[in-house]
Design a protein around this ligand. Structure first.
Ligand SMILES: Cc1cc2nc3c(=O)[nH]c(=O)nc-3n(C[C@H](O)[C@H](O)[C@H](O)COP(=O)(O)O)c2cc1C
Ligand SMILES: O=C(O)C(=O)c1ccccc1
Length: 373
């Protein structure tokens, strides 16, 4: 029998081509081998007992797809209109912090991969690469790629305005304002691991003060209210997306305040534990918005069939968070490309099998809900 080396942790330099990607789950397993366990817990974890974190994925089990047959149509057309632009598919990359903890190339690798596919990367305010460098990473030939900027509005309005100006100047096409975080969620894994801050050598580059060069801490602001959304509306001409809407009454208020889109999200189960899975909160928000603005969703999207279910329940597009971090940690830029290609292929196949040529063909009647496990 050949001897097996005791050292199983693959080194990055020695890594052979990982080959094709058949299953999104494989990325998480590969990432686990490569990540510092403390960072892995930060990426994987949720708030409290992680009930919402688990629910985001398992809630999809209660929905079944009722396909239509004999509808023909040939090749699928996944193009999606969103905020005045055409995306190649209804999938965005949701904002996640600290990509350089997943891979040395960090947000630059993510941006190159998303750029090549031509969809939207929502760059986190807690990015470990400055927004300008993320924008530069996208090849000029990938001009259809878009960056949106995720903002935690800071109590210092002048500083908030300067961050928004930076995002505008870097070419970001929308502002995604996270509204589910008036305070940081309590995450037991991070507390137990003592993960409180970035390791030396890393920082939230978008928090650098334009005058002093000092990097500020991100403040989760419990005074944030609708008046601040009005202030933002008057501060920027960029479209505003509110991220973290779950209650239909808030969706109505968002429309009333001239917001351009809402993103149904529970922050991947990292803020208030015990809130519904995103997919379960979606139908009521869609009903409240009544088609006046687009509704997006993130949380627990792992399969093309999950995307199909969300679109049929009224989302215009979905975001993926953790899968991108696993892809980046496991395989770098190539992993993120493979992940997006896999989701696109799975969605196209699911739509073909369900008899939908375009996302608009996916309707509420094609989903059976409350199916017992
Ligand atoms: C490690 C990590 C960091 C995140 N950082 C941010 C952030 O900086 N800003 C934000 O609005 N949301 C952040 N999120 C939430 C994601 O944007 C998204 O809502 C969530 O990950 C979607 O769920 P999924 O991971 O199941 O796809 C983060 C999520 C994770 C897992
Ligand atoms: O961890 C998060 O979910 C998150 O949103 C965040 C925000 C600021 C800094 C680090 C992470």
């Amino acid at each position: 029998m050949p001897s097996v080396p005791a050292q199983v942790t693959p080194s990055r330099t020695a890594m052979a081509d990982p080959g094709p990607l058949h299953r999104l789950d494989d990325l998480e397993a590969e990432a686990r081998l490569r990540l510092d366990p403390v960072h892995r817990d930060f990426f994987a974890g949720g708030a409290g007992d992680e009930r919402t974190l688990r629910a985001n994925e398992t809630a999809f089990d209660a929905y079944r797809i009722l396909p239509r047959v004999l509808r023909g149509g040939g090749e699928r057309d996944l193009r999606t209109e969103l905020l005045g632009e055409t995306l190649p598919m209804p999938v965005l990359v949701s904002p996640t912090a600290f990509h350089r903890l997943a891979h040395p190339e960090g947000e630059v690798a993510t941006a190159r991969a998303v750029g090549a596919v031509g969809t939207v990367l929502v760059v986190s305010m807690a990015s470990t690469t400055p927004i300008e460098a993320v924008a530069e990473a996208i090849e000029p030939s990938d001009r259809s790629a878009r960056l949106w900027f995720q903002l935690y509005p800071q109590p210092d309005l002048g500083f908030t305005a300067s961050v928004v100006s930076r995002a505008e100047a870097a070419g970001c096409r929308a502002l995604v304002v996270t509204v589910d975080s008036p305070v940081f969620g309590r995450r037991d894994r991070d507390l137990r691991n003592g993960f409180l801050d970035l390791p030396p050598g890393y920082c939230c580059e978008n928090m650098r003060d334009p005058e002093t060069g000092r990097v500020r801490d991100i403040v989760m602001d419990a005074t944030l209210d609708w008046a601040r959304i009005e202030w933002l509306r008057a501060t920027t001409r960029l479209p505003i997306v509110l991220k973290g809407i779950l209650h239909p009454a808030d969706a109505r208020l968002a429309v009333a305040h001239g917001v351009d889109a809402v993103l149904v999200s529970n922050h991947g189960g990292r803020q208030l534990d015990g809130v519904p899975a995103s997919i379960d909160a979606l139908p009521a928000v869609v009903a409240a918005v009544g088609g006046r603005i687009p509704v997006l969703l993130d949380g627990g999207i792992r399969r093309g069939t999950d995307i199909l279910t969300a679109l049929a329940l009224g989302a215009v597009a979905v975001g993926v968070g953790r899968p991108v971090l696993w892809a980046l940690a496991a395989r770098g830029e190539r992993g993120v490309s493979q992940l997006l290609d896999l989701l696109r292929a799975e969605l196209a196949r699911a739509m073909t099998l369900a008899g939908a040529v375009r996302p608009a063909d996916l309707t509420r009647e094609m989903i059976l809900d409350r199916v017992p496990g």
